[in-house]
Design a protein around this ligand. Structure first.
Ligand SMILES: [Zn+2]
Length: 135
């Protein structure tokens, strides 16, 4: 069994309640540069932790990096060489722009679209704030 599977197993044993009430931890990327590409191995996992689709997260990241990228099962492959620090920073930016509630700062939110605008709807305080994203 590999490390990721062990990690997931451990996480799945924790009741959902405990995760929601625990301090929010920013997921870290696992990356490597292969030739002219940067692969993020745990991309799908990160999107899942943020309760977002990998596709939405990828669109945000490729726009910020002004590059292109593709999803390959659990990973994402980006054109260009990017440092892990750069990608971790982008995850933080994504969380601020598209995940955290603008009113209570909790991550228990979902994106909703209304009138061609995207809002962050909070499941904790019920607030609905515009997402800082074009999508
Ligand atoms: Zn809230």
């Amino acid at each position: 069994m590999d490390y990721d599977a062990l990690l997931e197993r451990g996480l799945s044993k924790i009741p959902e309640r405990a995760i929601k009430s625990s301090k929010y931890e920013t997921p870290q990327t696992e990356t490597s540069v292969i030739g002219a590409k940067t692969v993020v191995y745990n991309f799908k996992d990160i999107a899942g932790k943020l309760n977002r689709t990998p596709n939405h997260l990828l669109k945000f990241i490729v726009r910020e990096l002004a590059t292109s990228g593709t999803l390959e099962e659990a990973r994402a492959s980006l054109h260009g060489r990017f440092a892990k620090e750069t990608l971790d920073e982008l995850i933080v930016r994504y969380i601020k722009a598209c995940v955290l509630c603008g009113s209570c700062n909790k991550p228990d939110t979902k994106l909703v679209r209304e009138d061609r605008l995207t809002f962050i709807a909070c499941e904790v305080c019920g607030a609905k704030n515009p997402a800082k994203t074009l999508m």
